[in-house]
Ligand binder design. Structure first.
Ligand SMILES: *[C@@H]1O[C@H](CO)[C@@H](O)[C@H](O)[C@H]1NC(C)=O
Ligand SMILES: *[C@@H]1O[C@H](CO)[C@@H](O)[C@H](O)[C@H]1NC(C)=O
Ligand SMILES: *[C@@H]1O[C@H](CO)[C@@H](O)[C@H](O)[C@H]1NC(C)=O
Ligand SMILES: *[C@@H]1O[C@H](CO)[C@@H](O)[C@H](O)[C@H]1NC(C)=O
Ligand SMILES: *[C@@H]1O[C@H](CO)[C@@H](O)[C@H](O)[C@H]1NC(C)=O
Length: 740
């Protein structure tokens, strides 16, 4: 289905400035009239119609009635103000029915206690309304500059977010993408290669003797040496050019300060956060140049010149006949502080901007909630978002369900917690259910993910479909965590259930996971107070598959920095580039009854390792039981060489291992020895540690591995170990807003 939305009246533009947005299947289906009627029966009704409305009216009539001087409101802000005026009793629910079309929200609209029990809803008789935080440049305003480049006057702010219809444009970059599709990531290759460091030392040099990591002096935060011809000091607006530099698990942008053409040295205007060269292999010495007019040479690229007030771009053939250009400019559209009972239903929110942020902040966000309660966001569509779509801080009783998120600069959803358990509004009762997420971390690459949940109690992330991110699918925690007594065993803060998480990493960053849980940096220290490192998460019935790192990583479920009391149970985990499950230190962590197909050369299961700490980490306590591990890579081992335990051997038993193909070396070395770094045979491991005494090495007889069906057949020997067959076909089929 292909629909066009038209807008003319809103801005009182002449008819030539009418514009349209296509919605080709990226939004959830519309509800019926009946559903809307039932949902809002008994509410006080208000209307918003940007063509015929007037913000001076009472908004209670859908059609204008000039005789009695009443009719719909005209703008969203006008409607909010009008309803505050007119609603007498804030304990009675009100609904604002919004007629289709594009509603521009150039400035943040703030909701608070005056807007209690308010629903903002797409009017079901019209197309789903679009609320845009962008500036539109109508296609009719473009002229041809040369064979390829079109330009139009544009006097708004220039940002990293511009779109042709629903397709994301990229700032003119070097090297250009090979094949722009409009669904690309700014972090995608091809890349340029750093030629040398400003300062080489014994510990930090361009030969990357450190391999993974090397200790680089701060001077290397200031710039690097480029290869002849890669940077041209004659580029106009050199101070607007940005250099996107890769590290291991993130990439950061620096603005060019100056270029020394005698030494081919590039200096940033401000030092980067991390010294160039710190991660030789994981970075691959990659960088990209962005936002250079002279590099505007490929379809899908744009250059926005604020000084000249011009927007230049290269559209694909014929595109300008059908689509307008949007520049994302508003950073926050709707900010709700001390809101109660706010409900957004069946709306589309688009565009927005990032305030040129370089860092890990999860705001600005199109929808921002602070100190709020009883919020529902349902059946909405978030597309072409400049930074984050929904951010919540210190808010409770929140329901985000059946929405679709596509093309986000950073996160789709972030929930945050201020670290104070005694705060009555400490984040809790959060449900994120049955949403579809596509393409998060498109612009900001500081450990991006589609969902990042933090909070203190009853956080449910269930039945979502998360796919196509350059780093994690989901992040859980990374917050101030809890004492061992906070939750009883079997009771959790986070419930991560029935999600389909797939296609993450995409070959760009390293060291991530489909579901990536972490406590806080205090817990990764050798002398960490383990009593404060409990995250309390239950991760079950998820389907996690297809990770691709640039150099390393791509774990299924990863509990980092000693995050404790994690139960990873009955998941399907397959086709990954690293371990299925990794408990990086921590206590009371258990992996139970997971169905694993291990295809890569890395370890199956990760534990503490010597990369962090000095060998005196606090005691790790973990269990790996009743898992089915089908290994298809002869280089794979259960543990990696560096992984080890210091006090107690993990509790590993009742597992079904199988190797196809297998070779002799693998059979002799697959299992870990108590002598660090050595691998031993099954028999040796059993004898030495008493582990896996009840485990077997036998084909578990998955139903159909080629078709990714990891149910156990009735003949499976695993069943005799008490392992249960797990059927998660429905997760792949039914997660998200609509099927596959
Ligand atoms: C470019 O991308 C399109 C859409 O994904 C694809 O159909 C086409 O084959 C690609 N062309 C090349 C040369 O890779
Ligand atoms: C890197 O290695 C090359 C070849 O071995 C050597 O000539 C060069 O001096 C090394 N550079 C640094 C900075 O160590
Ligand atoms: C930059 O401009 C100067 C002066 O016009 C010219 O001599 C030089 O070759 C140019 N450099 C590059 C890399 O184009
Ligand atoms: C918020 O939700 C709670 C629990 O469902 C309910 O008791 C309370 O009345 C609600 N408050 C508002 C303003 O809707
Ligand atoms: C390791 O770190 C701990 C805590 O900082 C310290 O007490 C201990 O002496 C260190 N051990 C070694 C071998 O360096």
């Amino acid at each position: 289905m292909y629909k066009l939305y038209f807008i003319c009246g809103l801005l009182l533009l002449p008819i030539t400035k009418c514009f349209s947005i296509s919605t080709s299947g990226v939004c959830p289906p519309r509800p019926s009239d009946d559903e809307i009627y039932k949902r809002y029966r008994g509410n006080q009704h208000f209307y918003l119609d940007h063509r015929t409305g007037d913000d001076g009216w009472e908004g209670t009539l859908f059609e204008p009635d000039n005789l009695i001087q009443n009719g719909p409101f005209k703008t969203l802000l006008g409607a909010i103000k009008g309803m505050r005026r007119i609603r007498k009793c804030k304990q009675k629910k009100a609904v604002l029915l919004v007629k289709g079309g594009v509603h521009l929200v150039p400035n943040t609209i703030t909701l608070d206690e005056r807007d209690t029990l308010l629903s903002i809803v797409g009017h079901s008789k019209f197309d789903r309304p679009v609320i845009s935080g962008g500036n539109m440049i109508p296609r009719t305003e473009f002229s041809k500059l040369d064979d390829k480049i079109y330009f139009a006057p544009y006097d708004g702010p220039c940002t990293r977010n511009a779109f042709l219809g629903r397709k994301r444009l990229l700032r003119a970059r070097k090297p250009s993408l090979k094949n722009w599709t409009g669904k690309d990531f700014t972090g995608q290759g091809p890349y340029l290669t750093i030629k040398n460091l400003l300062i080489n030392t014994e510990d930090c040099n361009i030969n990357g003797t450190g391999g993974f990591t090397q200790h680089c002096p701060d001077e290397n935060k200031n710039g690097f040496v480029y290869a002849d011809g890669d940077i041209n000091p004659n580029w106009s607006n050199l101070d607007k050019a940005e250099i996107f530099v890769y590290q291991a698990w993130d990439a950061e942008r620096g603005t060019i300060g100056r270029v020394d053409k005698d030494t081919n040295s590039l200096y940033f205007e401000r030092p980067l956060r991390y010294a160039v060269g710190s991660h030789p292999k994981p970075s691959g010495w990659r960088y990209i140049v962005e936002n250079v007019y002279e590099e505007l040479d490929s379809v899908g690229e744009y250059y926005c010149d604020e000084k000249k007030g011009m927007f230049y771009f290269i559209p694909p053939e014929g595109a300008l006949e059908a689509e307008d250009v949007f520049v994302g400019t508003a950073d926050v559209m709707l900010e709700v502080t001390y809101g109660e009972g706010i409900d957004l239903y069946d709306l589309e929110l688009r565009h927005g901007n990032d305030r040129d942020i370089e860092g890990t902040d999860e705001t600005p966000s199109l929808l921002t909630f602070e100190y709020s309660r009883n919020i529902s966001i349902k059946n909405c569509c978030f597309t072409n978002v400049g930074y984050t779509a929904i951010y919540l801080l210190a808010s409770i009783n929140i329901n985000i369900a059946e929405n679709r998120f596509t093309d986000l600069g950073y996160f789709a959803i972030g929930t945050d917690y201020k670290g104070d358990l005694s705060d009555p509004l400490a984040t809790r009762y959060i449900t994120i259910r049955k949403n579809t997420f596509r393409r998060c971390g498109v612009v900001n690459m500081y450990q991006p993910a589609c969902v990042h949940v933090r909070g203190v109690s009853d956080i449910y992330v269930t039945d979502n479909d998360i796919g196509f991110t350059p780093y994690a699918g989901m992040r859980v925690g990374w917050q101030s965590t809890f004492s061992a007594e906070y939750k009883r065993p079997g009771e959790y803060v986070f419930y991560i259930l029935r999600n389909h998480v797939h296609n993450f990493g995409l070959g760009m960053l390293n060291d991530f996971a489909g579901i990536y849980l972490s406590s806080n940096s205090g817990c990764s220290k050798a002398d960490a107070a383990m009593s404060k490192c409990f995250l309390d998460a239950y991760i079950a019935n998820n389907v996690i598959h297809r990770s691709v790192p640039y150099y390393y990583g791509g774990i299924g479920v990863y509990g980092d920095t000693a995050a404790s009391h994690l139960t990873v149970e009955k998941n399907w985990i397959y086709d990954l580039s690293d371990a299925a499950v990794n408990f990086h230190c921590g206590q009371q962590n258990r992996a139970l009854n997971n169905m694993i197909q291990h295809v890569n050369s890395e370890r199956v299961f990760g534990v503490c390792n010597s990369i962090v700490g000095n060998g005196t980490e606090v005691k790790q306590i973990l269990t790996f039981k009743q898992n089915v591990v089908y290994v298809t890579n002869t280089d794979a081992r259960l543990w990696r060489k560096a992984d080890r335990w210091n006090y107690e051997i993990p509790d590993v038993d009742y597992n079904d291992y199988y190797f196809d193909p297998s070779d002799e070396a693998q059979m002799e070395e697959f299992f870990p020895s108590t002598v660090q770094g050595a691998g031993v045979s099954f028999e040796h491991w059993r004898k030495e540690t008493g582990n896996d005494l009840h485990s077997i090495i036998e084909d578990p007889l998955y139903m159909d591995m080629k078709k990714e069906d990891f149910r156990l057949t009735c003949q499976s020997p695993a069943l005799k170990l008490g392992i249960k067959s797990v059927d998660l076909r429905y997760v792949r089929l039914l997660s998200g807003t609509f099927g596959v």
